[in-house]
Design a protein around this ligand. Structure first.
Ligand code: AKG
Ligand code: FE2
Length: 226
C-alpha cells in the first residue's frame, strides 16, 4: 500500500468501514457531507473541530489538485501562498466550508464572518516533512477573524497555549487527515497555536506516539480591508 492509502487507512480504517462511497450521491463524496460532526474544544472559546469534514475521495482529490499545482517540486519549498483569486479547488473548498457551517446544528462561526464576501481571499498551503512543524504564533492581525485549517495526510497534534500565560493551560488537539478546524474570537486572538514534531513527547495522542509522515495543511483566511 502506498503511504497515502496507509495514512487514510490509519485514520479511517478500511474504506469498507467508511460509508460505502459507491452508494452515496456524488454530492456527498466530493462536496458537502451531511454527516459532519462538530466538536467544540471546551477550554477554548471559538475553536471548533470537524474530524470528518472531507470524505476519503475528496481528500485524495484535493491532494492531487495541490500536488498538480507544481508548488512543491523542489524539496526546499514547503509553503505556497496565494492572495485574491484562489485556485478553483480552494474556492470550492471555501464554498463547502460555508455550506457545511450553514447546515451545522450548532453555531461554529459567527454569522457576520460566515456571510462576508468572499469568505476567504488568502490561502497558505504548508507541506511538512516528518519532524517539521510551526512555532507557536497568533496569526498576523492583517488577517480578519475567522480562520480555517484543513489537514491532509499524516495526522499531528496542534498545541494551543494562551497568549497571557498562566498555569499549565495548554490544550492539544489532534488534526487528523480530512479534518477542519475553525478559529474565531478568543481562539484566534487569545491563543497561540503550534505544531512541534521535533521534541519528543509532543506528538503523542492517547498515549501513543504518532507515526510522522508528510503532512499538508490548507489555511484559509481573509485579509483586513486597507
Ligand atoms: O499547518 C497548520 O496546520 C497550521 C498552519 C498555520 O498555523 C499558519 O500557517 O498560520
Ligand atoms: Fe497559524
Amino acid at each position: 500500500m502506498d503511504d497515502e492509502a496507509e495514512n487514510l487507512k490509519a485514520a479511517f480504517g478500511d474504506s469498507s468501514d467508511d460509508d460505502d462511497l459507491a452508494d452515496r450521491p456524488e454530492k456527498e463524496t466530493l462536496g458537502i457531507r451531511y454527516s459532519t460532526v462538530w466538536e467544540r474544544v471546551e477550554e477554548i472559546n471559538g475553536l471548533w473541530l470537524c474530524r470528518n469534514f472531507l470524505s476519503i475521495a475528496h481528500q485524495s482529490d484535493l491532494l492531487s489538485a495541490i500536488l498538480n499545482e507544481g508548488w512543491f517540486v523542489e524539496e526546499s519549498i514547503n509553503q505556497a501562498m496565494r492572495f485574491g483569486d484562489l485556485p478553483s479547488w480552494a474556492t470550492k473548498l471555501s464554498d463547502i466550508i460555508r455550506e457545511t457551517v450553514e447546515y451545522a446544528d450548532v453555531s461554529v462561526l459567527p454569522a457576520d464572518l460566515l456571510w462576508r464576501e468572499p469568505l476567504f481571499d488568502q490561502l497558505i498551503v504548508n507541506l511538512y516533512q516528518p519532524g517539521e512543524g510551526i512555532c507557536a504564533h497568533v496569526d498576523l492581525l492583517r488577517f480578519e477573524d475567522g480562520i480555517a485549517i484543513v489537514s491532509l495526510e499524516s495526522p499531528c497534534v496542534m498545541r494551543f497555549s494562551p497568549t497571557e500565560k498562566e498555569e499549565d493551560e495548554d490544550v492539544d488537539v489532534l488534526l487528523s487527515p480530512g479534518s477542519l478546524i475553525l478559529m474565531s474570537g478568543e481562539a484566534r486572538y487569545q491563543w497561540k497555536h503550534e505544531i512541534n514534531r521535533k521534541q519528543k513527547g509532543f506528538q503523542v495522542w492517547e498515549g501513543e506516539e504518532i507515526d510522522q509522515k508528510r503532512r499538508i495543511s490548507i489555511t484559509l483566511r481573509k485579509l483586513c480591508q486597507a
